[in-house]
Design a protein around this ligand. Sequence first.
Ligand code: IMP
Length: 433
Amino acid sequence: MPAAIVVGAQWGDEGKGKVVDVFSSEADYVVRYQGGANAGHTLKVEGRETILHLVPSGILHPKVSCLISSGVAMDVSALCDEIQALKKSGFLKYPHQLLLSDSATLLFDYHKQLDQAREQKAGHEKIGTTGKGIGPAYESRAERTALIFADLFESPEVLKNKLVRSSQEKFFLLENFYKQSPAPIEELLDKLLQLREILRPYRCQNTSLVIDQALKEGKKVLFEGAQGSLLDLVHGTYPYVTSSSTLAGGALTGAGLGPQNFNKILAIAKAYTTRVGFGSFPTECGETKEGQYLQKQGREFGATTGRKRRCGWLDLPALRYAIRLNGFTGLALMKLDVLSGLDEIKVCVSYKVGDKSVKEFPSLYSDLARACPEYKVFKGWTEDLSSLKKKEELPSQALEYVNFISQELNIPVDVISVGPSRKETIWINPIFS
Ligand code: IMP
């Protein structure tokens, strides 16, 4: 049962792409199971940066098959761009490297247009979405009018009818409520008839079956989460969340497999916290000296939108919550190197909500919004960590910091990342045991 899953434990951008890229060298399959091109995974390999949005981060390893499974909102146009960029860079040489599920939800330009129009109209009440159409595409799926990947290969007449049926309410909204002009369906149809030829070689039909067979044959399958636990549609900081299930459980429904399959559920968390978009963030440092330091040292800009990420201290109540939601078996602590050079490092150990001190993440968003962090303060360190290979080589203050987090959260630290490249990683426990 060698299945492992990598899930963001914060508000996304934790560094899942790097972990998946590195662990992919041991995997046979890497599976994306939710979200869409709202994700942005930055990989740094041999000095070259590759940013992936839809294609799983295992794609840089030629022997790995990467699956986009049924739970993903597949932006056809973005996926084609990504495929062509990967090919141009010498990756994705063979069709077996990328397998696309026939039942993934298709996302079109009008979904993006609606997402952006809503945000614009919402003014200061907006969510701060990536504008990639994720909410509207999953709405289409829930309305049962969405097109799925298999529909793309229908005859032009059938495809057009499906497009008309799927788009009519959204077009009505766009035109009459948001006063926008979506491109005519005929234009979309023409574009799709071209794009489907780029995608045809990767059509796999039943990715759930492929995964099942792989697991039965003892192959190593790695599931790659997108976004983060606190952005989960149901359990995240609603309404400031994304529109998919970002938790480990989302892999079961998104990829189509049962819960008995996982033996490793790895939490990915930065050694501090970031968030993009709106919504409460109790440990946010804002424009303070420390906030600016984290933003600059961590190069905290969104890989999808280029937006500056909001930065703050590590939040243990939030991580404790994510551990509960996902059943994490271990922690990958990312970007520890970014903290080098700070005089003091704070960790939020509990919140003050009203007159109560609480260690658990509030279940009500209104309580989170008024929560004041209570901190434990650690002495900083100045050493460059990037060449370290063993946990014991960390400066004593950094080791104290890491051990404190592990003890407070009652979770083993399996990986410590000390720089963006594959080499700059401290391995403590293997992902496939
Ligand atoms: P949406 O997923 O584009 O609808 O955006 C909803 C919320 O999730 C916004 O706050 C986004 O900034 C956030 N979000 C979506 N994808 C990511 C991601 O990959 N990393 C970090 N935040 C994300």
